[in-house]
Design a protein around this ligand. Structure first.
Ligand code: ADP
Length: 458
C-alpha cells in the first residue's frame, strides 16, 4: 500500500485528495506556490513544501521542483489531481523515472488519449461510436473543405491536442471553412504548440454525457454510471447531475459498455472518464477520454457510494478493484453546482479577493468540497472556481429542492460569485423538467440574469 503521496495540485482537489489519504493512513506532501502559503491544503497536508513563485509555470507546472520535493520528502507516489500536470505524459514518465508511482494511467496511455484525433481512431477500432468526421488530421484548407462537404455542414474543426474548448471552431457553410480552419490551427498552435486539427460533424443541440470508469492493474474495468454535464458556459461545465434524465436503461447500458470497451482498448488503468455527445435522436458518440479525476466526480460518488479517490489510491497500490460491475448500484440522484468567484453581470469577469466571512451550509445529504475558509484570499493567479456544492436526494426533485435550500444558506462575503445565477438555473422551467442541452446557458442567459422577482420564487 502507498505510504506517502505528493499532491501536485492546489485548492479544493488537493484538499479532497488529502482527506482520502488521511482516512487511509497515508501521509501527504503538499507543494505550494509563494502565493498559496496560507492555503487550506498546505495546512491540512502532513508536510508542505514551497516549489516556486505564484505563476503556475514556475510552481505548479515546475516539474523539476515538484519531483525534487517528492524525492526529498521520501514520497512513494504522486497524485496529479486535475488541470496543471495531470494529463502531461512527460510528467507521468518523469515521476516513474524517479522511482515513484504516478496515480493515473501509464504515460503512453495518457499520450495516446491526449491526442484527440488519434483517440478517435483507437475508439473506432474497439467499436466505440465516434462522431462522423475526418480520417485523422486534416492538413490543408482544400482537404478541410472536401471533408466538410462530404460530412455535410455544419462542422467543427478541433485541435488534436485541444482542451478547455480552445482551438475549436465552427463552420456553417463552405464560405466559412477557410477562416475557421485557419483560426483553429493558429489557436491550437498558440495554446498547445501543436497545430494539428481534425474535423467532426456538429451534432446539433447535443447533450454532454460522460461515463466514469475504474480500471485496476489486473485487467478489471468497471463503470460507475453517467454524469449529465450539459449545463455549460463556453465549454466550461457549471452544473452536473447523475443520473442523466436524457437516457433510458438501455442507452445507459450501451454507453457504459462502450466506456468499458474504450478503457480496455486503450490499456487504461486507474480512474478515467469517457465523454460522449448525445444527439437528439438518442444516438451517442465518443468525443474524448479524460485521463484523470474529474472536477465533477462527487456526483458519481453520491449516487454509487464509491469513494473514487480512495479507489485511485488502491489501484495505484496494485490492489484489485473492490467492486465488480454488478456491485455498482445507482441510488437516487445527485447534483453539483460549481461556485465561481466571478461577476456574471460584468461579462463573467473573475473576482479574486478576500473572503471576509464564510458560511458553509450542512444538513442531510449535503457535501461541500472547497478550500475556502473565513479570511482566506482567492488568488488572481489560478482558476476562479472556489467551491463545489453537491447534494443527493432519493429523487431528482428532492435533490433539486435540497440544492435550492443549500444555495439559499450559502454565504461567501467579500467577492462576487455566480451563486445567484446557479440559483436561477434551479428555477428555470426547462432545467426543472430536465429538458436542456449544451446551449441552455447561452439561450437563457438574459432571463437567468434578470433580478430575482418575488413572483418567480415558487
Ligand atoms: P475540449 O477538450 O476542448 O473541452 P471537447 O471535445 O471535450 O473539447 O468538447 C467540448 C464541448 O464541445 C463538449 O462538451 C460539447 O458540448 C461540445 N462538442 C464537442 N464536440 C461536438 C460535436 N461534434 N458536436 C456538437 N458539440 C460538440
Amino acid at each position: 500500500m502507498l505510504k506517502k503521496v505528493l499532491i501536485a495540485n492546489r485548492g479544493e482537489i488537493a484538499v479532497r485528495i488529502i482527506r482520502a489519504c488521511r482516512e487511509m493512513n497515508i501521509d501527504t506532501v503538499a507543494v505550494y506556490s509563494e502565493e498559496d502559503r496560507g492555503a487550506l491544503f498546505t495546512i491540512l497536508a502532513t508536510e508542505a513544501i514551497c516549489v516556486g513563485p505564484a505563476r503556475a509555470t514556475e510552481s505548479y507546472l515546475n516539474m523539476d521542483n515538484i519531483l525534487s520535493a517528492a524525492v526529498k520528502t521520501g514520497c512513494d507516489s504522486v497524485h496529479p489531481g486535475f488541470g496543471f500536470l495531470s494529463e502531461n505524459p512527460t510528467f507521468a514518465r518523469r515521476v516513474k523515472e524517479c522511482g515513484l508511482k504516478f496515480i493515473g494511467p501509464e504515460a503512453d496511455v495518457i499520450e495516446r488519449l491526449g491526442n484527440k484525433s488519434a483517440a478517435r481512431e483507437l475508439m473506432q477500432r474497439y467499436a466505440v461510436p465516434v462522431v462522423p468526421g475526418s480520417d485523422g488530421v486534416v492538413e490543408t484548407t482544400e482537404e478541410a473543405a472536401e471533408t466538410a462537404e462530404k460530412l455535410g455542414y455544419p462542422v467543427l474543426i478541433k485541435a488534436s491536442s485541444g482542451g478547455g474548448g480552445k482551438g475549436m471552431r465552427l463552420a456553417h457553410t463552405a464560405e466559412e471553412i477557410k477562416e475557421a480552419f485557419e483560426t483553429a490551427k493558429a489557436e491550437a498552435l498558440a495554446n498547445f504548440s501543436d497545430d494539428d486539427v481534425y474535423i467532426e460533424k456538429l451534432i446539433v443541440n447535443p447533450r454532454h454525457i460522460e461515463v466514469q470508469i475504474l480500471a485496476d492493474e489486473h485487467g478489471n474495468v468497471i463503470h460507475l454510471g453517467e454524469r449529465e454535464c450539459s449545463i455549460q458556459r463556453r465549454n466550461q461545465k457549471l452544473i452536473e447531475e447523475s443520473p442523466s434524465k436524457a437516457i433510458n436503461e438501455e442507452q445507459r447500458k450501451r454507453m457504459g459498455e462502450a466506456a468499458v470497451n474504450a478503457a480496455k482498448g486503450a490499456g487504461y488503468t486507474n480512474a478515467g472518464t469517457v465523454e460522449f455527445v448525445l444527439a437528439e435522436d438518442g444516438s451517442f458518440y465518443f468525443i474524448e477520454m479524460n485521463t484523470r479525476i474529474q472536477v465533477e466526480h462527487p456526483v458519481t460518488e453520491m449516487v454509487t457510494g464509491i469513494d473514487i479517490v480512495r479507489e485511485q489510491l488502491r489501484i495505484a497500490s496494485g490492489l484489485k478493484l473492490k467492486y465488480t460491475q454488478s456491485d455498482v448500484k445507482m441510488n437516487g440522484h445527485a447534483i453539483e453546482c460549481r461556485l465561481i468567484a466571478e461577476d456574471p453581470e460584468n461579462n463573467f469577469m473573475p473576482c479574486p479577493g478576500k473572503i471576509n466571512y464564510l458560511h458553509i451550509p450542512g444538513g442531510f445529504d449535503v457535501r461541500v468540497d472547497t478550500a475556502l475558509y473565513s479570511g482566506c484570499t482567492i488568488s488572481p493567479f489560478y482558476d476562479s472556481m472556489i467551491a463545489k456544492i453537491i447534494v443527493h436526494g432519493a429523487t431528482r426533485n428532492e435533490a433539486l429542492l435540497r440544492m435550492r435550500r443549500v444555495l439559499e444558506e450559502f454565504i461567501a462575503q467579500g467577492v462576487k460569485t455566480n451563486l445567484g445565477l446557479l440559483y436561477m438555473i434551479l428555477y428555470s422551467p426547462d432545467f426543472i423538467k430536465g429538458k436542456y442541452n449544451t446551449s441552455f446557458i447561452e439561450e437563457n442567459l438574459g432571463e437567468l440574469l434578470r433580478p430575482l422577482e418575488k413572483d418567480r420564487m415558487l
